[in-house]
Design a protein around this ligand. Sequence first.
Ligand code: HEC
Length: 159
Amino acid sequence: MPYKTFVVILSLFVLTLSIDPVSVSAHSGAKGIVKERMELMKDIGKAMKILGAMARGKVPLDNAKVKAAADSIARHGQKIPALFPKGSTKGVTEAGPRIWKDPEGFQKSTNEMVDAARNITEQSENAAALKPAYRRLGKTCSACHKLYRVKKKKMEYPR
Ligand code: HEC
């Protein structure tokens, strides 16, 4: 192989190596319940991506998929408070101290997300309603993150 090609391949390889650890750094080291809630949030984020793509008309609307994604967010949402027991701040976590200072507020924030997700499920037949409903749901994510998450990286769901 010509030397130049070799150098290009090598530098691509090095680039990949140096990018990868960054994208997973929020999780590396997370254990137990912290890891569990990160996985849950990631699942919520994935469902949000599905909804977002359809809300913005990037992929054709599929009522069954809208319903499944919204249902999944609502179901996951109900588990949020229990995944933040007192003292679960060891290691890698973005959980903010306010979660334990204001548990009622944290619960209220959770309920708002669950309600917004259920609202989408109920209206999954109504294409025109999806966009505003998706926005409303997205706002509940940011509202909670603003108060209760010490953000170390950018949000992952599309706006
Ligand atoms: C009731 C509060 C609350 C709501 C509502 C909420 N989140 Fe979170 N989210 C958090 C907290 C707290 C963390 C940090 C958890 C940790 O690092 O221990 C987090 C972390 C995340 C993460 C990062 C997970 C990781 O890999 O470290 C993503 C992605 C995420 N949330 C997406 C969402 C989306 C999308 C929504 C809305 C559909 C949402 N969240 C709604 C509180 C919430």
